[in-house]
Design a protein around this ligand. Structure first.
Ligand code: CO
Length: 183
């Protein structure tokens, strides 16, 4: 079991280092462990046994104590043809982003953040991310919209030392941005 770094730890605020490619066995092992840990967090039985663990859909390497540019994402889509979104990304880079914004109506959460931070977190509605995919073992280009784009941006933020609540308006947390999409 990997220990989750919480947001009182200043290491979560650092910019993470690029990972050398080709991926070393050690880094492959770490990113596999990260995915295992994320999937465990989604298992109700596991959470019953480990009450400090909360359910997540993504995990970035700095959240498990490694300040390097790797992240994992996994969640069901509800779409029969494409039932699962799952990524193990190394050195992800946003290369295209939309002007149009979106936000989760219930706000965001994070495995590293125990306190509630009410408010809207505005993110780009559409992004294109380039990365090395440690699952497919090749370079990939991912086009993501809406919820998929939000999860990717949340995890990539971790690699730059940014937490979701940094993006909530301090004066008006539930401010509406005209033309933005509620999800
Ligand atoms: Co997070």
């Amino acid at each position: 079991m990997l220990k989750i770094v919480k947001d009182n730890n200043p290491t979560l605020r650092e910019r993470c280092a690029e990972v050398p490619l080709p991926l070393s066995e050690e880094h492959q092992r770490l990113i596999d462990e990260m995915l295992d840990e994320l999937l465990l967090s989604q298992d109700p039985e596991y959470r019953k046994k480990h009450p400090s663990v909360r359910e997540g859909v993504g995990l970035a390497a700095p959240q498990v104590g490694h300040n390097i540019r790797m992240l994992v994402i996994s969640y069901p889509t509800g779409d029969e043809k494409n039932p699962l979104v799952q990524h193990q990304l190394v050195n992800p880079k946003i290369v295209v982003n939309s002007v149009k914004k979106c936000y989760l109506s219930n706000g965001e959460g994070c495995l590293s953040v125990d306190q509630e931070h009410p408010g809207y977190v505005y993110r780009d509605f559409k992004i294109v991310v380039q990365a090395y995919d440690a699952k497919a073992k090749e370079k990939v280009s991912i086009t993501a919209r809406g919820y998929d784009a939000i999860v990717l941006q949340h995890e990539i933020d971790h690699l730059n030392g940014v937490l979701f609540y940094d993006r909530i308006d301090k004066v008006d947390p539930f401010k509406k941005i005209p033309g933005s999409v509620e999800i």
